[in-house]
Design a protein around this ligand. Sequence first.
Ligand code: ATP
Length: 629
Amino acid sequence: MWGQLSRWRRMAQDILNRRQELTSLSSAELLRRGRELRWRASSDDQLRGLLPEAYALGVEAATRALGMTHFPVQIMGAIALFEGNVAEMQTGEGKTLTATLPVILRAMAGKGVHVVTSNDYLAGRDAETMGKVYKLLGQTTGCVQPSMEDGDRRVSYGHDVTYGTASEMGFDFLRDRLKRGANVGDEPTRQLFAGATGGEAPVQRGHYFALIDEADSILIDEARTPLIIGVMQQNRDAMVSLYRWCVGATRQLQPNRDYLFDQQKRQIHLTEEGCRRVVLLPKPLLLDTIDTERIYQHVEKALTAEFAFQRDRDYIVNDGEIVIVDEGTGRKMDGRKWQDGLHQAIEAKERIDVTEITGSAARVTIQSLYRHYRHLAGMTGTATQARREFKRVYGLRVCVIPTNRPCIREDRGIRVFKTQADKYAAIVQQVLVLTSQQRAILIGTPSVDASEALAAAFKKAHIHHTVLNARYHEQEADIVSLAGTPGCVTIATNMAGRGTDILLNEIVRQKGGLHVIATELHSSKRIDRQLVGRSARQGDPGSFEFYLSLEDELLRVIKPHKRQRWMQRARGNAEGELDRSWLSVLRGTQKALERLHVKQRKQLLKFERDQRKKYRRVGLDPYLELADV
Ligand SMILES: Nc1ncnc2c1ncn2[C@@H]1O[C@H](COP(=O)(O)OP(=O)(O)OP(=O)(O)O)[C@@H](O)[C@H]1O
């Protein structure tokens, strides 16, 4: 590892020396050099030899386009990325700029480079900003966004470099597979596929190199949910009636006697007694066409919708539609739906229109999507913890890149309170102190609901604040641009947890920088570290602390009677603050969730591997799910 780092350090120095010779070139000459390299880059082996030249050109282009010259550690990270690793670079070290170098070099091969970001806002921002660097070397940039039609998507993928999220690119991959399916098979199959895709030619032109920003979020956290495209199922009226009926049915059932609820796995199963009761409940005539097994499944789904999914935490209702809020990023997942009827069960629970009921037609997991790429690399501030999983699942090695300047982030510790109300009261007090010191404050909350509850507490205390959550995503850029000003208080969900770059006002910098208050532990320690990483970037000052309570959302996975016991045992001081030994309860729950998620990902991978084998044996496309094999 050390040997490798010093090799990269030497290469970085050589690249910076070469770049010195380029400073006097005219723009036209720089462009000509870029094009000439492209001409020479016809095979992967040749690319390696062109690295020093291409990287030197990239550094010069970035200096001219953005006024930022890559630091030696950024060039080292960029070499690690070209060599197919996950580069762990601390939050705020400038991964966006680092990425330009491997992108420029791989784009020389002319087969298209995909830069995968963790949300659409970052995809748009990075395509626009970094596109200026590529342009100076004659490379074009595109970006795929949710609102785009096929034609525009094809144009975006036709560029040398394309930015987009994993789900946009993953759904395009699936729709392309469906289009291929539509060109084969019998007439009904063709019609079904054509209906699901609405186009003929594929939009992607291949899978050559994917560079994944926030690699742990995309390759590890998102990998728990496969991407699925559905096609319309028959028998709509009866199904709508079934969903609506199930909502009423759930009210007639009792926990533990009629159904069992596994809080951690978010699963509910009917017991024998429960099944018996469901059969005996009066039903509308339309349901006669639906078999009993199916009715059981839907009652279980309705129970899951009722008890395991919560409005303003897991989803919001926007213009009469359910919009999923991603737990990891706090963002709306427009266009995504829960599968197997769960989405419709939630619509029925919220008494809004039940949307088209779909069965899955094509599915792909993040794991197998990225195995399609000839070259893969990733970068993030938090990779080490998932090092083994990166290696096992993607064959990627994690390399830790040193920071440019020492990080001076101050850890102000963790406070644990008995109740949510005690915790909020303490946060209010702390924020009053910090605003009087002209610090800028970012407060991370786990859900839309929690962000608004805290905002209400601030309003009561007359603290001026701004809220950034899935409801206000249009204002995101404005909110972020003000978040580093003196006395500014921003309450945010995980939307501000990753990738967000809060630039500090000079006064704030002098007064100690951005202070981050985390109001919960997340389901993974990595997400906590990302939130904290909004402070003290690029050698700036900054600090953070955690305020937790025994009523935190994280603990909802614990059985209610156990939580009650804790509440009875916990003795707080006058402010409701508990002694630090209670922290182990929260840390233990976080660890248990991390283990559970690793297990779920392993199971998903195994399922998919078996499925693929089965499909290949009979000569079918493993990503299309119509054939009953
Ligand atoms: N070489 C450089 N010279 C000057 N400023 C730089 C340089 N590289 C990056 N920056 C600045 O550093 C800040 C952080 O960059 P960026 O947001 O890309 O960090 P990051 O590593 O992606 O952080 P995170 O892990 O939080 O997403 C930005 O404001 C960027 O403009």
